[in-house]
Design a protein around this ligand. Structure first.
Ligand code: GLA
Length: 656
């Protein structure tokens, strides 16, 4: 039987000669696996139909089950695989793709998302030619620091926003992932999303099921705009934690105080949060540790008790102060990590991932806890559980993860180190599952020194993620543009800060207002006009957040194309829309083009109104307070761009 070509899940050792989906060295040493169709079934599941295909090797007792959930409304498919065997001894599993997809087109163009601290989601494109292109990470935790677990593929032409055949894909794995793109000898493309097999030969025992991460993908004949909206809808309907629910605006204290605060100052900031009009005050790093107080990033991680010197009344006093101020209270944790200078490390040095016989390398003075160890899982769960048991009114967590895995070696796994990268991530999911089960209604922000954790498995447990520590609004236009390719802005936290103070407070606020809005600056830095501006911007955001967070996003003008940017959100009933336009660095005597809108009802009439204006400022938008048909707005557009540098407008459109 020929096994060359288009097998849905090719095994190693046969005559395929390209990358296999699954590779097994059987217990007798044989490296060959050939899977054959056995049966398939379909069943209805929430939001769609699941197709299950059972495959079996006829010479070895190895079975693979392929799962595909098709969500017809959003045009998204979620797929994963399960590998099991019944051999007498364990087998060595060294490839375990989530799925294998084949494409046949004249040309293939890949858009990837490279990253670094403060430089997340940078888009770049290239043509895929014969051979392989691999995108992967070996960072273990904070795993997406250098590249994100998603990509775009243009078939026949590079991806474009409103036309062309495109496929968008993303793997739900908060650890080492790998995408392989292989153009074969006849010009077909294989796409293989997987856990990165690097240093991860997995010893699979009989009857143990190895479940791969889920891979989600969507396809559009109309470019990335439509494909992104497919993902946005699907995420809010089926994947993101509390995807249908509300989101809380907030004031964070990190960039305002860093580690320097006390109970009184925080109580003061809570009042400022109230005056600003946001829902919540979020206390960041630096509130814990007594024997090794957390006054800098070199001590205290692991000791999750309030620092008596700063916070004599502990968390209960903060919850009370928030109640008195009339805001909710949220708190920062980084529970998967430990500073060697901590009581936790003194007590349990073997809970940290560290290598024997080598000098220890510390990233941000910390080590990663060994989540493959169930005792460590209990401890990490306890960090959240203890805070919420003692303080049920704590309303929110910011869950950080600042270090990659260094000195990779698990004292717990002993001679099964090949499982560490994988079991560590599974251990994190065990903890997150317990947290979600016990506290289903507590929103949480996923943070990893910025946006180094941004995948759809983690987002089952988190309501949002922190896109980047870089809050320079110009950089944020690009970062948010990048993440929005895959994630709804409802899941993207954006804060107004003091980064790039050469830009106005209005510009910074308008950029953050396109996502889940927060502030991270001292309000005392603002003059009266600026503060009044922020208050009105918060009120507008709160009034319009249904449209912004739950509406359809249209990316109109890309910052990658030049000196401007425009994005809009339209309510599904097309009665309300919000348009954001930005001038970044217009050229001298540049021809300023009108912004043509999308997603409106051509037949409806819309009243155009510029909002988010500085106090005492009148709109100079030509179209302001005028009424146009949706048809006109989508074909002719409005002149919203200007020749000013770092200038922004927020425009509300209301159907009459
Ligand atoms: C990370 C986060 C920041 C902040 C600090 C605190 O860098 O990305 O937002 O919480 O940790 O140490």
């Amino acid at each position: 039987v020929s096994t060359r070509g288009w097998e849905v899940y090719p095994g190693s050792g046969a005559e395929d000669y390209f990358e296999p989906a699954v590779a097994i060295t059987h217990s007798d040493g044989n490296p060959c696996t050939i899977l054959r169709y056995v049966s398939s079934e379909q069943k209805d599941v929430a939001g769609g139909t699941e197709t299950v295909i059972n495959l079996k090797d006829d010479k070895y007792p190895v079975e693979v089950t392929l799962h595909y959930i098709a969500y017809p409304k959003e045009n998204v498919i979620k797929t994963w695989s399960e590998i099991r065997h019944n051999e007498k001894k364990p087998v060595a599993l060294w490839r375990y793709a989530s799925t294998m997809l084949y494409f046949s087109a004249s040309d293939y163009f890949l858009t990837e998302f490279s990253s670094d601290w403060a430089k997340e989601a940078q888009m770049s494109s290239q043509q895929l030619r014969f051979g392989k292109k691999v995108i992967d990470t070996k960072l273990g935790s904070r795993a997406a620091m250098h590249t994100h677990p998603f990509f775009e593929l243009g078939l026949g032409q590079p991806v474009q926003e409103t036309q062309g055949r495109v496929m968008l894909g993303t793997v739900g794995w908060t650890g080492n992932f790998q995408f392989t793109f292989e153009v074969d000898n006849v010009g077909n493309l294989r796409v293989i999303p997987a856990i990165n097999p690097y240093a991860s030969t997995y010893e699979l025992k009989a009857d143990e099921v190895f479940s791969t991460p889920e891979f989600m993908f969507t396809f559009s004949n109309n470019g990335t705009g439509e494909a992104s909206r497919n993902f946005h809808d699907w995420a809010r309907n089926h994947q993101l934690k509390d995807g249908q629910g509300d989101r809380l605006s907030l004031l964070n204290n990190w960039e305002n105080t860093y580690f320097k605060f006390d109970q009184q100052l925080l109580a003061q900031l809570m009042k400022e949060a109230k005056a600003l009009g946001v829902d919540m005050f979020l206390l960041d790093d630096g509130w814990f540790g007594n024997k090794h107080p957390r006054n800098s990033d070199n001590a205290g991680l692991g000791d999750w008790e309030a620092m008596k010197s700063k916070l004599p009344g502990g968390i209960p006093a903060l919850v009370d102060a928030a109640k008195e101020a009339g805001v909710k209270f949220g708190i920062w944790i980084e529970p998967e990590m430990v500073n060697p200078r901590s009581e936790l490390f003194e007590k349990h040095p073997d809970w940290a991932i560290t290598l024997p016989n080598r000098e220890t390398y510390y990233y941000r003075n910390q080590l990663v806890l060994d989540l493959s160890n169930p005792k460590v899982q209990d401890f990490v769960f306890g960090v959240v559980d203890n805070i919420l048991t003692e303080n049920p009114e704590v309303a929110y967590f910011k869950w950080d993860c600042n270090s990659p895995i260094t000195n990779i070696y698990s004292p717990y796994l002993k001679n099964k180190q090949g499982q560490l990268y994988i079991d560590h991530v599974r251990g994190i999911y065990n903890v997150l599952k317990r947290v979600k089960e016990k506290y289903p209604n507590t929103p949480m922000m996923l943070c990893s020194g910025g946006g180094a954790r941004c995948d759809y498995e983690a987002l089952k447990y988190f309501t949002e993620f922190w896109c980047s520590d870089n809050t320079d609004p110009i950089e944020r236009l690009y970062i948010q543009w990048g993440f929005s390719q895959i994630f709804p802005v409802k899941a993207m936290a954006a804060h107004v800060t003091s980064w790039n103070k050469r830009t106005s407070v209005k510009f910074r606020t308008d950029v953050a207002s396109m996502c889940k809005l927060g502030f991270d600056l001292g309000l005392k830095e603002l003059n009266a006009n600026e503060l009044a501006y922020c208050q009105s911007a918060v009120a507008n955001w709160t009034r319009l957040k249904k449209v912004i967070l739950d509406g359809d996003q249209y990316r109109l003008v890309s910052p990658y194309d030049g000196n401007h940017m425009a994005v809009m959100y339209a309510a599904p009933d097309k009665n309300k829309a919000v348009l954001y336009t930005y001038d970044i660095h217009p050229r001298y005597a540049e021809n300023l083009l009108p912004v043509t809108l999308q997603g409106l009802d051509a037949k409806k009439m819309y009243k155009v109104k510029e909002i988010n204006l500085m106090p005492n400022k009148k709109s100079d938008l030509d179209a302001n307070e005028k009424t146009y048909s949706g048809d006109y707005l989508m074909k002719v557009g409005i002149h919203a761009f200007t020749a000013n540098r770092t200038f922004s407008r927020v425009i509300e459109l209301t159907a009459e």
